[in-house]
Design a protein around this ligand. Sequence first.
Ligand code: NSS
Length: 435
Amino acid sequence: MSSGSGDVARTHLISQVGPDLEGQEVGLAGWVYRYRDLGSVIFIVLRDATGIIQAVVRSEEVDPNSWEAAKKADVEASVKLAGVVRLDPRAPGGVEIRVTRASLVGESPDFPIKKDTGVEFRLDKRHLDIRSRRMWAALKIRAEFIAGLREWFDSNGFVSVEAPTFVSAAVEGGATLFELNYFGRKAYLTQSSQFYLEAAIFTFEKVYTIQPSFRAEKSRTRRHLTEFWHAEAEMAWHDLDAMMDVAEALVDHAVQRVYENRKEELEILGRKFEPPQRPYPRISYDEAIDIAQSKGVQIEWGDDMSTEAERAVSLEFDRPVFVYRYPKQAKAFYHAPDPARPEVVLCADLLAPEGIGEIIGGGQRIHSYDELVARIREEGLRVEDYEWYLDLRRYGSVPHAGFGLGVERTVRWIAGIPHIRDAVAFPRTPTRLTP
Ligand code: NSS
């Protein structure tokens, strides 16, 4: 299918082509981002992994094969272009390419996504839409953020441990469990790797994983996916305050890394983002309820924080805020009760600013065998489903704490992405299973 001047060699990436190369010939390879055919001159905006550049093809300046290739190129066709670098203050990047040779590698007749294509159709064609500048920027910010998380864990004494996806019991309650048939037995998709990380602290003390978790959330919201990437940490000998210190240092590091290395991508998304100052404030659930009620949110002491309540609280702060010590009934069975106030548990959620709400949930775990069995029973769960988890309290139990951070929710905040589905390449929601 290739046509045109077959001998165009790639000499540069687009990001390497700047004013310093004025007058030099460069060879580029990529995809046609924009295409305008004015008859005897064709304007191509070429895209590669590193950026975009304008290229001008004039019929009198190229051989007939190159001209034919340029004529046949269309939006999202793959092409190779050789040309001379010219200064052009109006072009993106301040330079353009006067094409001397062109070849068409893969044609692209009638690329289905146009400028005015609607959201749902773009999602149907997400395998093509990730080529857009918007998704390119969002996904590079996501990759940088994940690299920042990993970098912090790896340089702070945490060992990475991976947990299974098929599991036999709930971590976060039955309402959001995906059930499946596992060779005739009931199994579930994991909601959280927490229990496996708890097992691993007894050999490594500080552990983390970044892997998918699954929630059968029927609610269609801007902050729920059915499959999300979960960065989870678990630490032996840590209490609630120490856990918040870890979570704060982790988020700060990864956010700083995105800010330093992804300025262009944030700009493409129109996001003016400054990493929040530390320390992040820490308020009690009681204080959070007072704030939410004072903003007119319908909520009673004892309720879990609703989306509206989290929004009201997070809008009160210019940086992430920890909300700690929720009522026992609002949280999963494994949370340790506050010895001074047994109706609340030693947990903390981190709410991101700008109304984003919860991005981290975690806390101190019950480490006494008897207390844990009592809580499992109290919740109406079957003790036998948690036998192996209870072993961790039988053999050398220690106080410990941990948390889980939702990668997409956090990227949504950093990058200013309106809907969580655009913080992941191939989102899974109740209505979306392809691509
Ligand atoms: O349910 S969490 O609040 N907590 C846990 O799963 C603990 N077992 C984690 C732990 O301590 N190791 O979920 C943690 C975070 C939450 O703050 C969100 O940021 C994210 O996981 N999360 C989600 N993101 C996207 N979509 C959905 N449905 C979702 N559910 C939780």
